[in-house]
Design a protein around this ligand. Structure first.
Ligand code: PFF
Length: 455
């Protein structure tokens, strides 16, 4: 959800939770989570993810929101205000949304294309195996839809129709939740789907090796940051809009539950469908999974085009509320730094987003042979932001909170509005467990990509 322009406060705690959840719930939950879960061990991934969300995610989100509320500033100013030497963390943090925004919009373009497909009643065509790959490997069609998506995001950010967006997402998010449950129930009850349900919900410990577990953890942590909008300054900004008397502790718990709940349901929609309709090869799952599995579900339902159109409309909406918050953040960083006016900044950011996003689109068509560190262009951007920059920012945040300003600063801020539940866990996570963990993750995922070790 978009961030208000002036430093105003949210109308109340519920407004805050909805806004933060609106930013958190997006393509990360619906598109990214299911394919990672399918790829990295199903039940094991789910278990690791939930444990991490309740410990790691909780600690980092609490720290970020408290830093924002305490300083009343967004990332760049906030770190600096608490300690001059750490101003650079704010800058590093700001790079992350700049990398994510363009490729997020490329995926947003895919969603827009699917919405158009269902509106024109082509549910059967969309369910064919070759439909998705046929689409993304074309040169211009993905770019056309990508541009439409960027334009939608830019227009909303430019005209600042946040009020409308806020109201609409209050209405759309619950509808998306209900529709997702309906689709999940349908998908789970298809013949052959039970194997998928088992694969997704029951951890198979017999197949776990130390290196597969490490790989699963690396993927799950990257996903956690992405999904909860952590380590990119968003929650600091949102925290700065929060009122001192609003219950911070409870808000974090609710955002956690909402974000993780959407992800779990998305997995239930997609993974059993893969087993029921395409035969089981979940380890080969990639970014196309949602776009390939769900159309098969819709095609087999009565009123498939209608369900498909409704579903992709809601996904589009969830994606837009997230990309707006990404673009808004990038715009405000440039505005603050260079003092440019809002319109000009918006146009420049849009142009930059179009330029960089084109690379991600071409990465599946004319430049499909071009690999960076063995990764497709879109995957490369995803990797750099989620597996490299975010762990670095998170590590610096832990050091900053744990050893520079002290965990007490965060604890005191939380206690302004309520008791601090899980305080001990918070301290231990921030000071000891998370930093060690983050170093291991960072080192192993980088070594893996450079081929030094094979996970
Ligand atoms: N958390 C969003 C998602 O799961 O789709 C992605 C995102 C949105 C990341 C906004 C960062 C952000 F600022």
């Amino acid at each position: 959800m978009a961030v208000a322009k002036q430093r105003s406060s949210f109308s109340g705690r519920i407004g805050f939770v909805l806004a933060a959840a609106g930013s958190a719930v997006g393509l990360g939950n619906l598109w990214r989570f299911p394919y990672l879960a399918a790829k990295y061990g199903g039940g094991i991934f789910l278990l690791v993810y939930i444990i991490l969300a309740l410990t790691f995610g909780f600690a980092l989100m609490t720290a970020e929101i408290a830093i924002g509320r305490k300083t009343g500033l967004s990332a760049i100013g906030a770190y600096k205000k608490l300690n001059k030497k750490f101003g650079f963390v704010g800058w590093l943090t700001s790079v992350v949304p700049m990398i994510i925004l363009p490729y997020y919009c490329a995926i947003g373009g895919w969603v827009t294309k699917y919405l158009a497909t269902y509106i024109s009643g082509q549910a059967t065509a969309a369910a064919e195996d070759s439909y998705f790959t046929g689409f993304i490997s074309q040169t211009w069609s993905p770019i056309f839809w990508f541009c439409i998506y960027v334009a939608l995001t830019a227009v909303i950010v430019l005209f600042g129709v946040q009020k409308g967006v806020e109201k609409a997402s209050k209405l759309m998010m619950p509808i998306l939740a209900v529709l997702s449950v309906v689709v999940a129930v349908y998908s789970v009850t298809r013949p052959g789907a039970l194997e998928g349900v088992k694969y997704y919900l029951l951890p198979d410990f017999s197949s776990v090796t130390p290196s597969s577990l490490l790989l699963t953890i690396v993927a799950a942590v990257g996903q956690l940051f992405y999904s909860m909008s952590l380590a990119m300054g968003i929650m600091i900004t949102y925290g700065s809009y929060m009122k001192k008397e609003d219950d911070l502790n409870k808000s974090v718990a609710q955002i956690e539950i909402c974000d993780t709940g959407f992800a779990i349901i998305a997995g239930l929609m997609v993974i059993p469908a893969v087993f029921a309709f395409s035969g089981a090869a979940p380890q080969e799952a990639g970014p196309g999974l949602m776009f390939q599995a769900l159309p098969k579900v819709f095609a087999s339902m009565g009123f498939g085009s209608l369900f498909g159109a409704a579903f992709f409309l809601l996904v589009l909406f969830a994606a837009l509320t997230s990309s707006i918050s990404l673009m808004e953040t990038v715009v405000s960083i440039f505005q603050d730094k260079f003092g440019w006016n809002r319109k000009l900044t918006c146009l420049l950011v849009t142009a930059g987003c179009l330029g960089v996003g084109l690379l991600s689109c071409f990465g599946y068509s004319i430049w499909s042979d071009f690999k960076i560190l063995g990764l497709q262009i879109l995957d490369f951007f995803d990797f750099i932001s989620n597996n490299v920059l975010m762990p670095i920012v998170a590590l610096l945040t832990c050091i900053f909170v744990g050893y520079v300003v002290g965990t007490k600063v965060v604890a005191d801020e939380v206690k302004l509005s309520s008791k601090f539940r899980r305080e001990k866990l918070f301290k231990v996570m921030i000071k000891y467990i998370a930093p060690v963990f983050l170093v291991i993750i960072l080192v192993s995922s980088v070594l893996d990509v450079f081929g030094v070790i094979t996970l």
